[in-house]
Design a protein around this ligand. Structure first.
Ligand SMILES: O=P(O)(O)O[C@H]1O[C@H](CO)[C@@H](O)[C@H]1O
Ligand SMILES: O=c1cc[nH]c(=O)[nH]1
Length: 240
């Protein structure tokens, strides 16, 4: 029998690890659990936002979908941090590349996230918060890429509230500002981590590029981001 600890996650708290990998797609969570975790158990299936816990290199690690967009990410991250007792979340996401030296399949570690969302304005603060990665997790993500021999870039990404932006010049403006890539959740995750005094890092894989026209299929998006998954699992170990 599940103890329902929060509004949208039905689980026993002790079934969730202290560190959670969060892809947007719950089927990517299932893929990670089935391919990388030993003895995975399903701890959440409310709304099919699948969450699993197993062991990786002998340490307990969980993986759960976040859904798409800042509202969905914020809801689940908030419940995991404040009601389930999770200490650290690693977003395992896809992103659209803006710069010419980013190619499909490349890894981006998000140091910070510019956003068109109002999330940072909702906190009672005399300043607008700057969504920023946890330094130790950023360092550990870099170390994991280097240990595995995978190339990576570290920098500022864009977390957009919309996938289809009515401002057609938006990607060009982002590119001119040196922003690396566009996705839809990192700023929300970083603000939730800051507000909860917890840790977060966003590790992204480029699924397509805005200016050079590279693109991966939906099936490849679901299954072929194994470099990013391996980096994320290695990054999780110190927090497990
Ligand atoms: O692959 P995920 O983690 O879902 O991330 C990206 O993909 C979705 C859009 O296709 C958005 O959620 C965006 O942030
Ligand atoms: O272009 C893209 C690719 C992935 N995710 C996004 O939000 N945008």
């Amino acid at each position: 029998m599940f103890e329902s600890v929060s509004a949208c996650i039905r689980c026993n708290k002790e079934d969730v690890a202290k560190v959670v990998l969060m892809p947007g797609d719950p089927l990517r969570a299932k893929f990670i659990a089935e391919h990388y975790l030993e003895d995975p158990i399903l701890f959440n299936d409310v709304r099919n936002m699948l969450g699993y816990t197993g062991t990786y290199k002998g340490r307990r690690v969980s993986v759960m979908g976040s859904g798409m967009g800042i509202p969905s990410m914020c809801l689940y991250a908030h419940e995991l941090y404040t009601q389930v007792g999770v200490d650290a979340i690693i977003r395992v996401g896809t992103t659209g590349g803006l710069q010419d030296d980013l190619h499909a399949g490349d890894i981006v570690i998000a140091q910070s996230a510019a956003t068109n969302s109002s999330i940072a304005s909702l906190y009672d603060s005399p300043v607008k918060l700057a969504p920023t990665a946890s330094w130790d997790m950023l360092r550990d993500a870099v170390r994991s890429c280097e240990a595995l021999g995978y190339g990576y870039q570290v920098g500022q990404v864009v977390s957009s509230d919309v996938f289809y932006n009515p401002r057609e010049d938006a990607p060009q403006r982002y590119r001119d500002l040196g922003l690396l890539c566009v996705e839809m959740e990192t700023a929300g995750l970083y603000i939730e981590a800051q507000a909860s005094h917890k840790k977060a890092i966003s590790i992204l894989s480029v699924s397509d590029t805005f200016f050079t026209g590279e693109s991966l299929s939906a099936d490849e998006r679901e299954r072929s981001f194994t470099n990013m998954m391996e980096v994320s699992l290695e990054t999780a170990l110190p927090y497990a």
